[in-house]
Design a protein. Structure first.
Lengths: 187, 192
């Protein structure tokens, strides 16, 4: 029963991928390449490439891709459902706890430690995106020669626009995309 | 806030749009959500948004999905969570279904590649911008500990590659200990 297997596999991926993003990769690989052989390693690498190029969490992207390949659109829907079910249950429970107990001094204490931590973590994620953009992800080959000056230029313009006029970030991203298309085509 | 069909429509459309633009990992949804729900709609306060993100980050599963569920639940209970999770999952589901049918053509398309390269730099700027404004909020508190926690988690995660769940746990304990200490010393402001 492929639907059940898809659901259960991605349920486990959703349940055990803590830390988000690329932390989920080993878990996904183990389930769909090693355990079930649903994808070859090459196809799996392709899934990561697609996930990098398209919006959405990597686990959801993988679920949809594998589901489509194995059992068409119903497969995609069921694999995605399996992927988000653990999140739904756990997060709704935590949200309920938060709404009930957030005025407690102990919970406020914990949250007062978490708020600055979140900012630090976002900054860390930002650094890796900057590395990907400026050096095409080759952080280990960090050098001035490998610098993508156009990407830096687009970054600076986008940052300035965000600071100065505070527009919706979605428009800035789209604008950066169009700017990139024009700039990379010309130079 | 009236919980009518218009509200749910607005909530669904908002999460659908946010999800369609979370390129480059779950954290990108933070500035998008902040802009939409805190600054535009005024449905959630800044501090609370940070709490919700912290919970989303420390739960298993995709960060963007978790954050959407939390926002939906906070605004309209289980119904709200259902609306936001469907809104968040649909864009990648639709996009990947289409792409997986025509992957080769998509990957080799020069125009799409350049467009995505430009967007990557834009995404980096969006993240940098939100970090600057959030960090200045932390600095404005004029307390050593939050600043120390912020810089510490940044270094631990970016340089030392410490597991994110571990960082979160450590900071939760530090925050709790700090509050206990302040209460012992009769500081009524503790926990604020």
């Amino acid at each position: 029963m492929i639907y059940l297997e898809l659901f259960w596999s991605f349920f486990q991926i959703g349940l055990f991928s803590i830390g988000g993003g690329y932390a989920a990769l080993p878990m996904i690989q183990q389930q769909i390449v090693d355990l079930h052989g649903w994808l070859t390693m090459t196809a799996f690498t392709d899934v990561i490439t697609i996930a990098e190029m398209t919006p959405g969490p990597i686990a959801i992207n993988a679920a949809t891709f594998v589901g489509t390949q194995m059992a068409g659109l119903p497969g995609a829907v069921i694999a995605t459902l399996g992927c988000v079910t653990p999140s739904c249950i756990i997060v709704i429970f935590l949200a309920w706890l938060y709404s009930k107990y957030r005025e407690l001094w102990a919970v406020r204490g914990v949250l007062s430690g978490l708020r600055p931590a979140v900012v630090g973590l976002i900054a860390a994620a930002g650094i890796s995106i900057i590395a990907l953009s400026f050096w095409n992800g080759k952080l280990l080959e960090f050098s001035l020669a490998g610098l993508d000056y156009l990407a830096i230029g687009i970054f600076v313009v986008a940052f300035f626009v965000l600071q100065k006029w505070k527009p919706n970030p979605i428009y800035v991203m789209l604008g950066a995309g169009v700017l990139g298309l024009a700039a990379y085509s010309i130079f | 806030m009236k919980k009518d069909a218009r509200f749910y429509g607005k909530l669904f459309f908002a999460t659908f749009c946010l999800s369609a633009f979370t390129f480059g990992g779950g954290y990108v949804i933070v500035p998008l959500m902040r802009k939409r729900f805190v600054e535009q709609y005024h449905w959630i306060e800044e501090q609370e948004m940070l709490d919700l993100i912290a919970i989303a980050q420390s739960s298993p599963g995709a960060m963007a999905v978790n954050a959407s569920i939390l926002v939906g639940y906070r605004l309209a209970g289980l119904c709200g969570a259902l609306v936001t999770v469907v809104g968040t999952v649909l864009p990648p589901l639709i996009i990947i279904s289409v792409i997986s049918l025509a992957y080769q053509a998509f990957r080799d398309n020069a125009v799409i590649n350049l467009l995505l390269k430009g967007m990557q730099a834009g995404v980096a700027a969006v993240i940098a911008n939100v970090v600057v404004s959030m960090a200045s909020g932390i600095f404005r508190q004029k307390r050593i500990l939050p600043i120390f926690i912020m810089l510490g988690t940044f270094l631990a995660s970016a340089v030392l590659q410490v597991n994110v769940a571990l960082c979160i746990l450590a900071c939760a304990v530090i925050g709790l200990l700090d509050t206990v200490y302040q209460r012992r010393h009769g500081n009524k402001e503790a926990g604020k």
